[in-house]
Design a protein around this ligand. Structure first.
Ligand code: PLP
Length: 376
């Protein structure tokens, strides 16, 4: 069998991620690779930290991209903050809340679950009851934008409740960062992680994380060493933690994914040039355009309007329509990818992502036309 170079067909990525990556970011990716301790690269790292602080709206010094996808960002937060025997209140209203629970358990912790139905936001009264009943809990974990359902939870209120009960707040912002407001300092979030392949429209494979002083104190005061060598922030800090401009010297921890970091720098720069508020507005505007088209086609949303994410739209599959066949038709005939339902929603919904570079009016119009053609 002859194996040739791989040239993927261009697609419109309108599923739950990855989202479309702009030519500008792709061209940054192809710039010459340099050493991960090259002074020029060290300078780039400083700028990435500044740009991430802007994206997260934080002054947290410990803000960096983990060299692995969003799941590794999630794991970084849990393995560093949770020790064996710790009790963590985990809010679960979809697939990623469940993944948080698994992380707690694998750290040797005890997860107290606050369950909401798939398609609903985290119920704050239930969370408050769980915190009252578990005064020994050390952290509260919740997903801001549940990608499995398209639901937004009020993580500002969750962080406030956590703080009131002397718990750290751990927030998943994989799908929210850049698409809807995420205000780490103003909302009092202690630890947060995200991904690059959603509303930042960068290539997959990096996970921005940020920790405030309270979280850092917990990491440095650990009784047990972090069980993961690679994700142990006490070690990663030697490479990412210090700023060269503040006189800190960076030393080898692992070989950073140099070109991916060029791409992240470019996508964060694009976000800064656009500004966060304009990006949030663009996601909202395109969601409204999609909604108008979806309703014209006689389709409906699976999630109520008050908790609906603009960047992840969960649409009910109408009776008599084969959901997998329609997705296949969109891919084959229109080169458009949308997502299937997960877990409880498998076979019942489509997930349409309007994330980052995919949140644009021409793309929404193309998708609506394609859906109309497939549904006749
Ligand atoms: N958390 C949420 C909310 C996600 O949507 C995802 C991925 O879709 C993840 C975590 C895991 O990210 P990754 O697939 O980059 O590992």
């Amino acid at each position: 069998m002859e194996i040739r170079s791989f040239y993927p067909q261009p697609r419109l990525l309108m599923g739950p991620g990855p989202s479309d990556v702009s030519d500008r970011v792709l061209s940054a990716l192809s710039r010459p690779t340099i050493g991960h301790l090259d002074p020029d690269f060290i300078f780039l790292m400083d700028e990435i930290k500044l740009l991430l602080q802007y994206a997260f709206q934080t002054d947290n010094a410990l803000t960096l991209p983990v060299s692995a996808p969003g799941s590794a960002g999630m794991e970084t937060v849990f393995v560093n903050l949770i020790e064996p025997g710790d009790k963590v209140v985990v809010c679960r209203n979809g697939a990623f809340g469940e993944r948080m629970r698994e992380n707690v358990v694998r750290c040797g912790g005890h997860a107290v679950m606050v369950d909401s139905k798939w398609g609903e936001a985290v119920q704050l009264d239930q969370l408050e009851r769980a915190l009252d009943d578990n005064p020994d809990a050390v952290a509260v974990a919740a997903v801001h934008a549940e990608t499995s359902t398209g639901v937004c939870s009020d993580v500002q209120a969750i962080a406030t409740l956590a703080d009131k009960h002397n718990c750290l707040s751990i927030i998943d912002a994989v799908t929210s960062l850049g698409g809807i407001p995420v205000k780490v300092d103003e909302w009092g979030i202690d630890a947060i992680y995200s991904g690059t392949q959603k509303c930042l429209s960068c290539v997959p494979g990096l996970s921005p994380v940020s920790f405030n002083d309270k979280a850092v104190q917990r990491i440095t005061a650990r009784k047990h060493p972090v069980q993961s060598w690679f994700l142990d922030l006490n070690l990663v800090i030697g490479y990412w933690g210090k700023g060269s401009q503040t006189g800190g010297k960076r030393s080898y921890h692992h070989t950073a994914p140099v070109n991916n970091l060029y791409a992240l720098h470019e996508s964060l720069l694009m976000l800064k040039e656009e500004t966060l508020s304009a990006s949030w507005q663009r996601h909202q505007l395109n969601h409204q355009a999609l909604k108008a088209g979806i309703e014209c086609l006689g389709l409906s949303f699976a999630v109520s309007a008050d908790v609906r994410l603009p960047q992840l739209n969960t649409i009910n599959v109408p009776e008599g329509v084969n959901e997998a066949q329609l997705r296949q038709q969109l891919l084959n005939d229109w080169q458009i990818e949308i997502g299937a339902g997960l877990g409880d929603l498998a076979g019942k919904v489509w997930r349409i992502g309007l994330m980052g570079h995919s949140a644009s009016q021409p793309k929404v119009l193309t998708l609506i036309s394609a859906l109309a053609a497939c549904l006749v």
